[in-house]
Design a protein around this ligand. Structure first.
Ligand code: PRP
Ligand code: URA
Length: 204
């Protein structure tokens, strides 16, 4: 695992907004979507551009483009869903795949209950999940995606616990992370964290 910590004032501001328990679900979803755009912009700084000829008002010109169709965004349901909205707002011609993973609240073991992925060969698989607590869900997602042979696996995450990062350190992927918090509590929640992201997003 390679970790790229993304830091700027807007990101700090938005993380404080999602920590605030009085932020309602509408704004909570919007801020998570906004944060995912900032993480994505940072990741795209490291990506190749290809030159293509386009018609402009002054005639034909060769211009740089990202290879939008090489990116497959894969939100981990449920909490990754608003991150997909943000990513597809920036790159509307990219693809999406879906992994639904739920951790057992008692054992904290993660299980997959739905998978729908496009062909990942020669594609860049970009996992979207705001929370990395024990790291079990992300670890399972990476193992599942590896079987599909993507060119590389990237993960955009908002808040991680050190325990989760430790668990993931031998996995072959690059993580863009906005915030590394202090620890997990005895129920596997990130402290200080933001509480249960899925519940706050979907009023459950
Ligand atoms: C949350 C979160 C991550 C996972 C992180 O999902 O969105 O996927 O927990 O915890 P871990 O690192 O210990 O695996 P959850 O399982 O609560 O499902 P939900 O999004 O449907 O609420
Ligand atoms: N999932 C969440 O939504 N929050 C946590 O703190 C840990 C796992």
């Amino acid at each position: 695992m390679k970790i790229i910590k993304v830091e700027n004032n807007l990101l700090k501001h938005l993380i404080s907004k999602i920590r605030d328990k009085n932020t309602d679900s509408f704004l909570f979803r919007k801020y998570i979507s906004d944060i995912s755009k900032i993480l994505l912009i940072k990741f795209l700084e490291d990506e190749n551009l290809v030159y293509k000829e386009i018609e402009t008002w002054i005639g034909k010109l060769e211009q740089p483009f990202l290879e939008e169709d090489r990116y497959v965004f894969i939100p981990i349901l449920r909490a990754g869903l608003p991150m997909l909205d943000g990513a597809l707002e920036i790159l509307p011609n990219s693809k999406a795949g879906f992994l639904a993973i739920k951790r057992d609240e008692e054992t904290l073991e993660s299980k997959i209950y739905y998978k729908r992925l496009p062909d990942l060969k020669n594609k860049i698989a970009v996992i979207l999940d705001p929370m990395v607590a024990t790291g079990g869900s992300l670890s399972l997602a990476i193992d599942i995606l590896k079987e599909e042979n993507p060119e590389k696996i990237i993960s955009l995450n908002i808040i991680a616990a050190p325990e989760g990062l430790e668990r993931l350190k031998t996995k072959d992927f690059v993580m863009y992370i906005a915030q590394i918090d202090e620890k997990l509590n005895d129920k596997g929640y990130i402290i200080p964290g933001i509480g249960d992201a899925g519940d706050r997003l979907f009023n459950t």
